[in-house]
Design a protein around this ligand. Structure first.
Ligand code: CA
Length: 665
């Protein structure tokens, strides 16, 4: 009797003390809560080893103390294991398997804070929800810190609130001063980590800034460049998720669905109109300097050129053509734009082109370049999207080229994020898919708004047209960093990597020109492999179609399906190499690329359906190929394989290999 009373008392004590830590379903990752002088803190361990030491979490506001003075009221915890599907993605079916812990806190100023932890087998997410007195909050700073327990080798771009178009830096965390996210790192014990955020839809972006040693703080983009206010939010609101992906190897980061799992379910009732596609366009000619965006006789997007591209698309199993520079008011590349988003350039008969595209079964992708003039774009948005819908146009590329958004607003500010979100929301009402350039980084919002197909937010192919270009290792960093956030419109696929075929053509551009050291720093086969590796549900073959006409290696893109069902990163190391396979229906597409070192990957084909024989078409670098002095040497070899076979995948320096697997017979 007495013994059972003691047990009952113990149980009561246990249930009264709020739970303050939670483990991932496999028990290997743990996220814990503590209060340090009233400030909520988080810490993480993996396999019993510390990963993040106790670090503050939360926000500071003007006029009310919401950062500290908290006491813990209660906590709730539980597990979720569910599977959901999306209309497109690296994987269309995704398992959301996590444990959660929600801590309720209150401070002396009457601010309620709800701190949510989610622990997955591949990392953790945390976010804060607040309920404060008054109607709105002016956010001063984010106090969240990331005090990494160990130094690690890191890959990142700078913590720039206005652009992601940077080269990656590889350096120890201890030497890093600032970074945008995803910030990826590898510890000496082999643990791979990546910091990012999820569900950024009405808040400024977060970058990381060094505090000391291996410690960083979250830093939010300001509302204006000379403004101390970071965001204005309702007094009851939630932050985006702060995420830490944790994997035992580099490809474990790539194969994680943590970012998507921390986003809200699809907001659209009907997604039947949203379809991945391959596309081509007249864009690369402008970057090569042999055609202009408009305003002169060198204009690239003419009616005649449009018809030629549509014919090529129809003949080559390509679903879309992008007409950059189709509309009025392009006055040369240096002029500030006064764009009109429904009026065509004088030499572009838009109705005839759209009708011709429709007759050929090809999508017309329209282009709205804003030059960062958000007000002008928003004033025309409804009209422009309605116009597109009325013509049967289902896809738009939006761009914000130039120094930033008008009105001294950082692109990645709350206003920028809200604007991009508004465009995507209104586009959905008109059944228009969006490809965003110079927009906010991907944080998995595509789950909620799957018409936000792809985006740039990267130093993409264009830099090879007029700068020192992107180094060979760039493409082996991106899958482990930028692409952890979501699809990239990198626009791969230049076949004429040394611009041999435009020698002698007139240069129409004054602002730098290829030929003075400009080229694409890969082999031909790496361009092909990048169609697989650099995932985008709108995947471009960006070169001039003249360079694809009759080229045997273009067969890969013709066969390639941008609408994959499942993907797997098979092997790789950050900044060194990667091998990825994607399944689309009963076919598989494999891509592998390397930095400046040649490699032979041993690649088991156990990802193939067992018991099925496949015809493998291998697009491989020749043994003497090299990105710098012999980029075009390649072979195409066909063979019959099954899931029991293993291939030796040769990659030349700066090279790649692509393979399509089609069921035989
Ligand atoms: Ca750009």
């Amino acid at each position: 009797m007495r013994k059972s009373l003691i047990v009952a008392a113990l149980l009561a004590a246990v249930s009264c003390a709020p739970k303050t830590s939670v483990k991932s379903p496999d028990g290997r990752i743990e996220i814990s809560f503590s209060l340090q002088e009233g400030v909520p803190c988080w810490s993480v361990s993996a396999d019993g080893r510390p990963v993040v030491d106790a670090s503050p979490v939360g926000l500071e506001a003007f006029g009310v103390d919401m950062a500290g003075g908290y006491r813990l009221l209660s906590s709730t915890s539980g597990k979720v294991d569910e599977t959901w599907t999306q209309p497109w993605g690296e994987n269309k079916t995704i398992r959301d398997h996590h444990s959660y812990l929600t801590l309720k806190l209150k401070n002396g100023e009457g601010v309620f804070m709800c701190l949510e932890f989610r622990a997955f087998d591949d990392g953790v997410g945390l976010r804060c929800s607040y309920d404060a007195p008054g109607d709105s909050l002016r956010i001063k700073d984010e106090i969240t810190r990331f005090r990494f327990s160990e130094d690690a080798l890191s890959w990142s771009i700078p913590g720039d609130f206005n652009s992601y178009e940077h080269l990656y830096r590889r350096m120890p965390l201890s030497e890093l001063t600032d970074a945008n996210t995803p910030l990826t790192m590898r510890r000496s014990d082999g643990l791979h980590l990546s910091v990012h955020e999820a569900a950024l839809s009405d808040f400024p972006e977060m970058v990381l800034r060094k505090t000391s040693g291996t410690g960083f703080k979250a830093d939010l983009a300001p509302m204006h460049w000379r403004d101390s206010v970071k965001a204005v939010v309702p007094s009851s609101f939630s932050t985006p998720w702060r995420t830490l992906q944790i994997a035992r190897d580099a490809v474990g980061l790539v194969n994680s669905s943590l970012i998507l799992n921390l986003n809200e379910p699809c907001a659209l009732a009907d997604v039947s109109w949203i379809k991945p596609m391959k596309y081509i366009g007249v864009w690369w000619a402008m970057h090569l300097g042999i055609a202009s965006w408009g305003g002169d006789k060198w204009h690239g997007a003419t009616t005649a050129e449009a018809m030629r591209y549509i014919d090529f698309a129809a003949e080559n199993n390509i679903q879309g053509v992008l007409f950059e520079g189709w509309n009025d008011a392009w006055k040369g590349s240096d002029a500030l734009p006064d764009f009109d988003f429904t009026s065509p350039a004088p030499d572009f008969d838009v109705e005839a082109v759209v009708e011709y595209a429709r007759s050929k079964g090809v999508e017309f992708i329209t282009h709205n370049e804003t030059g960062g003039n958000v007000e002008r774009f928003e004033a025309q948005l409804e009209k422009s999207l309605g116009w597109a819908e009325s013509l049967g146009i289902h896809a738009v590329k939006i761009g914000y080229a130039g120094g930033g958004l008008r009105g001294a607003v950082p692109r990645h500010s709350q206003m920028g994020v809200r604007h991009f979100q508004k465009v995507v929301r209104e586009a959905a009402e008109h059944h228009v898919m969006v490809d965003g350039h110079e927009v906010i980084k991907p944080t998995g919002v595509r789950r909620t708004w799957p018409n936000f197909m792809t985006r740039e937010c990267v130093r993409g192919m264009e830099y090879n047209g007029w700068s020192g270009g992107n180094p060979p290792s760039h493409h082996e960093i991106l899958p482990y960093t930028r692409l952890l956030g979501g699809p990239v419109d990198y626009t791969p696929g230049v076949f004429d990597v040394q611009y041999r075929n435009i020698q002698g053509l007139r240069q129409v551009r004054s602002w730098g020109r290829p030929g003075t050291g400009c080229r694409v720093n890969t082999t031909l086969c790496k361009q092909i492999a990048n169609w697989v590796v650099l995932y985008s549900p709108m995947q471009m073959a960006c070169d001039l179609i003249d360079n694809y006409e009759g080229h045997p290696a273009f067969g890969f893109f013709r066969d390639f399906d941008a609408d994959c069902d499942a993907s797997m990163a098979l092997q790789g190391e950050v900044g060194e190499y990667i091998a990825v396979v994607r399944r689309a229906g009963d076919r598989y597409f494999y891509g592998a690329t390397t930095d400046t070192l040649s490699r032979t990957l041993v690649q088991p084909l156990d990802f193939l359906e067992s018991g099925t024989e496949y015809e493998a078409t291998v697009y491989a670098d020749a043994p003497d190929a090299s990105w710098n002095d012999n980029p075009y040497a390649y072979s195409i070899v066909r063979s019959r394989v099954t899931s029991r076979d293993t291939l030796q995948v040769y990659l030349a320096p700066g090279g790649g290999q692509a393979i399509s697997f089609v069921p035989a017979g």
